[in-house]
Design a protein around this ligand. Structure first.
Ligand code: SAM
Length: 245
């Protein structure tokens, strides 16, 4: 009985990465949770009241994007996906996630505009997509939810599918915010790192250097062109441009 209890998460191992089923089944894979979390006030609380600022800054970084296909790398709660579909107008939004329940939930938020969405069930670590196929890729709060190796794979695959001259926008937690009042508030930090088990290592990782190393290995070059600090650096929105030598 105890053994069943401890390995309950395995029930969600339906083609999903182990880290996701094990640590986040209760947040992203369990249908009642998807219903619960996908409410604007809830997601705003999780982001300490910063959701609208993060959304606004992310959208503003996408205004001057290169012409070509747009990929959102994984589903998110809240109004980001509907905002993107609206922003793209007649162009489709390619949306990728490893969870079919998440893809279905994203589609259901779009009502009449759902034909503007092209959902794909795929593991972001191993994209079944051709090289240089996308002009813009957006990654919204995914990186901190993965172990380092998975993060490295996702960044490498992102660079591979991004075309020369393409743009990558990453919205995420900032670097370790040691002086931020929220970080210094021990119970908050404890709670965050309890439910976000990879956040501590993400805080200490140089994601720009990691991305540049992965790009170099593929004969490409990325440059950080914008780095917006939100909520005194607790969060950030980064824009990278892809160049080829
Ligand atoms: C983008 S992240 C977190 C987003 C953020 N907490 C929010 O909702 O605003 C959550 C999504 O990433 C997906 N995901 C996690 N690892 C993945 C992977 N390796 N490949 C594809 N999707 C993945 C999960 O299924 C989930 O839908």
């Amino acid at each position: 009985m105890l053994k069943f209890g401890l390995s309950f998460w395995r029930y969600f191992l339906d083609g999903t990465p182990v880290y996701l089923a094990r640590h986040y089944w209760w947040a992203y894979l369990w249908r009642p949770a998807i219903w619960f979390f996908d409410h604007q006030p809830i997601i705003n609380i999780i982001l300490f009241g910063q959701y609208n600022r993060l959304l606004k800054k992310t959208m503003s970084c996408l205004v001057e994007r290169p012409a070509g296909r747009f990929l959102q790398l994984t589903c998110v709660y809240g109004k980001l996906t509907p905002s993107l579909v609206h922003h793209l107008g007649d162009e489709p939004l390619f949306l990728l996630d490893v969870s079919s329940a998440q893809l279905k939930a994203s589609r259901s938020k779009l009502a009449a505009k759902r034909y503007g969405l092209l959902p794909m069930r795929m593991n972001a670590e191993y994209l079944g997509l051709r090289d240089n196929g996308f002009a813009t890729v957006l990654i919204f709060f995914l990186m901190h939810e993965m172990p380092t190796e998975a993060r490295r794979h996702v960044l490498s695959e992102t660079i591979r599918v991004l075309q020369p001259g393409g743009s990558l926008v990453v919205t995420e937690y900032g670097m370790e915010p040691s002086t931020h009042w929220l970080y210094r508030c021990w119970p908050v930090r404890k709670l965050l790192t309890r439910y976000e088990p990879f956040l501590q290592e993400f805080w200490r990782e140089d994601i720009v250097a990691m991305l540049q190393a992965e790009a170099l290995a593929l004969g490409k070059r990325v440059e950080l062109t914008e780095n917006h600090q939100i909520f005194d650096g607790f969060y950030r929105v980064m824009v990278f441009k892809l160049n080829c030598d």
